[in-house]
Write a protein that binds this ligand. Structure first.
Ligand code: NAD
Ligand code: 89Y
Length: 344
């Protein structure tokens, strides 16, 4: 196509997709040529807002009619499998929002379908792309704190997420599947593969159906033990939504990513504190700006991978390991024992 620009299409024009559309608008060599939502009014509104040429209420019709370099699936999980399989059938590379699928078996089938089609698949697992989290990872990888032995990835808030995402209040599963999944992925990103998960869950808010508190302990093959804890029932003096806080203890020092995007690295040579606040993109809205910046970062990564014909960091195959941690956590909480995610 003209000038080797990439032509993409958005599927699902709801709450979060607006960020993805802003992200695409910021990437010079991508054109979103069509948008689709089964609710035609939402698709039309998104097309008008972002000056998109064509509008569909049926993804299959869109994939038949358009010549696409990729589709960006921003629907809620129940539709993910059918849409990824549809893209694979049309040999169209696909990005799929997290949670990748409602269950591990669906996700495995989605990876198999894209592998058979020979098309790329990336899960929009964006938290590891937040600049503050990248800064903590770079400090760890520099080796300055020595061999890590303990980690904590923590997300505690009382922000009203149900207002913009009402479906979060009605599902049988809530915080591990929706938010803990990001924190579990960050733990994998920092400390590597996991051989054991022990979890406890609770529902504190009586107005929702699923769990809004989860405390998980992970055994990493690297020798690190990590705690991944998340809560939407934690009222603090200062609301930190949507910041992920990180603690890493190593043989020679420590790393702390504290509230307010303050990164402190302590080594035998002393302590160094740095402000690693995300860039406030022109379209961003506090407090969402760290997530919004990570949306642009992961979408740039996708374009780089398509251009170079390489696997994205959070490919479908990679994300099976994060989704296995979600399943392991629910099973551990239900049965009160530690679960090896490789047995699922
Ligand atoms: P939403 O309900 O606001 O929007 C989803 C849209 O998809 C709706 O307009 C719906 O009509 C449409 N849709 C559903 N099935 C469809 C189908 N088969 N074909 C076409 N359209 C279809 O949901 P949301 O809050 O925007 O969440 C969407 C996804 O984004 C979820 O998976 C959620 O977990 C994820 N999310 C990710 C982040 C992040 O930081 N990565 C943040 C928030 C939400
Ligand atoms: O859906 C969730 C996500 O992915 O990031 C925060 C969120 O919007 C609410 O928990």
């Amino acid at each position: 196509n003209a000038g080797n620009r990439l032509q993409g299409a958005l599927i699902g024009c709801g709450f979060f997709a607006v960020n993805q559309m802003h992200g695409w608008a910021d990437i010079a060599d991508v054109d979103i040529v069509a948008v689709c939502d089964r609710d035609a009014g939402r698709a039309k509104a998104m097309a008008e807002r972002f000056a998109v040429a064509r509008v569909y209420d049926d993804a299959a019709a869109m994939m038949r009619a358009e010549t696409l370099d990729f589709v960006d699936i921003a629907t809620t999980p129940p539709s993910h499998r059918a849409l990824v399989e549809l893209a694979a059938a049309h040999r169209i590379p696909a990005i799929c929002q997290k949670p990748f699928a409602p269950r591990l078996d669906d996700a495995r089938a989605m990876v198999a379908a894209t592998q058979q089609a020979g098309t790329r698949l990336m899960v929009h697992e964006n938290f590891r792309w937040q600049s503050a989290i990248r800064a903590a990872a770079a400090a760890l990888q520099s080796g300055s704190i020595g061999r890590p032995f303990f980690g904590r990835v923590s997300f505690r808030s009382a922000f009203d997420v149900y207002a913009a995402q009402p479906y979060l209040a009605t599902g049988e599963r809530f915080i591990i599947e929706d938010l803990g999944i990001h924190a579990l992925d960050v733990a994998r990103y920092l400390f590597g593969d996991v051989s054991g998960v022990t979890a406890r869950i609770a529902r504190v808010n009586p107005a929702i159906r699923g769990e809004d508190v989860a405390t998980m302990m992970l055994d990493h093959a690297s020798g690190v033990t990590s705690i991944v804890d998340c809560s939407y029932a934690t009222r603090l003096a200062e609301e930190h939504f949507p910041q992920t806080l990180i603690e890493i203890d190593g043989a020679d020092g420590t790393i702390r990513l504290d509230a307010g995007y303050r990164l402190t690295v302590t080594t035998p040579g002393g302590s160094r504190a740095e402000d690693v606040s995300p860039t406030l993109l022109p379209w961003a809205e506090r407090p969402w700006h760290n997530i919004q910046e990570s949306v642009l970062a992961i979408q740039r990564h996708w374009v780089d991978c398509l251009r170079a014909d390489t696997q994205p960091e959070t490919s479908g195959a990679d994300n099976l390991k994060t989704l296995a941690l979600v399943e392991a956590a629910y099973l551990s909480a239900a049965e009160g024992r530690s679960i090896d995610p490789d047995t699922l």
